[in-house]
Design a protein around this ligand. Sequence first.
Ligand code: SAH
Length: 352
Amino acid sequence: MNNKELIKKLREQRSLERDEFRKLLTEMTEDDEEFLYKNSREVRERYYGKDVYIRGLIEFTNYCRRDCLYCGIRASNKECQRYRLTHDEIMDCAKTGYGLGFRTFVMQGGEDMTISDDEMCRIISDLKTDHPDCAVTLSIGERERESYERYFTAGVDRFLLRHESVTPEHYSSLHTASQTIEKRLRCLNDLKEIGYQTGCGIMIGSPFQTVDHIINDLIFMKEFQPHMVGMGPFIPHAQTPFKDKPAGSLKDTLHMLGIIRLILPNVLLPATTALGTIVPNGRELGLLAGANVVMPNLSPTAVRAKYTLYDGKISTGAEAAECLADLKERIESAGYELAVARGDYAGQDISL
Ligand code: SAH
């Protein structure tokens, strides 16, 4: 089969054989790309129309107990200036965000174990009390199942925890011995069972990643059926062991966005900040490849520069409101519309 036929097959059957994935991932011509994105956009529009959902990202702590080799806020980065937003600062961020039209708040941070589950639950329930029409997403890494249950009971709707790589040796080469893919998958299964809209995902072009790893990840995501998938390019950070590793490419990232849209037609799929960092119009291109979510920063300007997972992260200067006006223009330039809505997972399965 040629690549166009493979793309058609992928759209119809939502999966391919390993060799077929390999061909598609390694031999994509510009013509094939155009065909892939035409299909991924059609599928996306069938579920979500022209709406692009916005998520207000609140980076509330950069303290972290982990030492992920790729990440700028890893515990052994002594040059990282650590901060933790207060309860009131978080509520202020959300209030500002609500006024701007955000109806989802993503509370993201390092694995900061000094914030107790009681405190976390207080933050969550106060956010929900102040903004009952909003969704709250957590992205705070690995916790005990009991903690995940408590956050869910406190009102959290969604949880993002990228699996980073389902291939055990590759996962290990990105993390230290305290982290294993088994634990990561245990967390993801717990989250899904508890009832969260659950997100997994990978970095594209992370160090040591091969096409076979990527195929394993595609097959895993097909099987896991996440509600959300986070995929952006790896970008080196100068204060990490991976400082000299090359960044992931725009093309590879766009291919993966298009392919995952065909595997998981109704998935919530962000055009990530990392994608907008490697090229200025990266997020627009992400939307045109099948993404339907963007996650602008709502963190106070004063702390933004300190939450650097990778070098050159965009949006470290402008105020959230200005950013949003710019983003709205970008979304519209790609032919889409910024939606003021919670933007939940479109559960019902529309047959194509
Ligand atoms: N501590 C939480 C949330 C913060 S990290 C967690 O681990 O889930 C969120 C995501 O940022 C990670 O899953 C990772 O895939 C991505 N990330 C970290 N460092 C990066 C880098 N150097 N380049 C690109 N993405 C990175």
